[in-house]
Design a binder for this molecule. Structure first.
Ligand code: KIV
Length: 263
């Protein structure tokens, strides 16, 4: 298998081939996912919920993400490795640069940041220094308390327009990828069509360039009720790697997500 780079994702967008992304937090699962063909691995701050058992991603520290990035990097194989900038690492541009540097030293190849248009300065400075950025919009879990819960974003026209405008601003600042979480499928498609850069969706419908899910969700081992956009791939699989391969195949074939997983 060829090593996946940012250029591979750009080529996928150009050719219309959807790409698969999955969270991974250690070497063993990163290796299994990479061998199953998953294009992009994310060391997400969802680790605070699925590994540490918290109710949100807010308690996750930079050291936590660095630790898991080092572990995932050791098993990432040919997949592209992205890591999350944790809560408040974007408090200032200086901190954004320093904390991103720590994640890059730990083995990240792309930094994912939450934040709307105001995040443009941080994105610009990272990009100028050669750090590729994925900007996370829509439902941003680090602002869950301000949002009043894990709710679908961009349902009304004004909010949808603001998300599209924020995405454009962040791409103009240098973002190489946009990630959209929990938005109506129509908005996922509109953002994807409006931008030249790859757009990854989670609960954003089938119209995005890539799809991402949390590993524990697709293995059916997350606590609580699964969100609507999740599919349990373990149900029909022989083993974990088979579940990853089934997810990858369905993303590539356009068989996931279906209307049942969309807003
Ligand atoms: O932290 C994470 O795993 C994420 C995904 C849900 C996209 O941000």
């Amino acid at each position: 298998m060829k090593t996946v780079t940012l250029n591979t994702l750009r080529e996928f967008k150009r050719s219309g081939e959807t790409f698969s992304c999955l969270t991974a937090y250690d070497a063993s699962f990163a290796r299994a996912a990479s061998e199953a063909g998953i294009d992009v691995l994310l060391v997400g701050d969802s680790l605070g919920m699925v590994l540490q058992g918290h109710g949100s991603t807010l308690p996750v520290t930079l050291d936590d993400v660095c630790y898991h990035t080092r572990a995932a990097a050791a098993g990432k194989g040919t997949s592209l490795l992205m890591a999350d900038l944790p809560f408040m690492s974007n408090a200032t541009v200086e901190r954004t640069l320093e904390d991103s540097a720590a994640l890059m030293r730990a083995g990240a190849e792309i930094i994912k940041v939450e934040g709307e248009a105001w995040m443009a300065d941080g994105v610009r400075e990272l990009t100028r220094r050669g750090v590729p950025v994925c900007a996370h919009l829509g439902l941003t879990p680090q602002t869950v308390h301000q949002l009043g819960g894990y709710r679908v974003q961009g349902r009304d026209a004004a909010h949808a327009e603001r998300i599209i405008a924020d995405a454009r601003t962040l791409v103009d600042a240098g973002a190489s990828i946009i990630l959209l979480e929990c938005v109506p499928a129509s908005l996922g498609r509109a953002v994807t069509e409006a931008l030249d850069v790859p757009v990854i969706g989670i609960g954003a419908g089938p119209g995005t360039d890539g799809q991402i899910l949390v590993m524990h969700d697709i293995l059916g081992v997350s606590a609580g009720r699964a969100p609507r956009f999740v599919k349990n791939y373990m149900q029909d699989a022989d083993n974990v790697q088979d579940a990853f391969a089934r997810y990858h195949a369905e993303v590539k074939q356009g068989a996931f997500p279906t209307d049942d997983h969309c807003f």
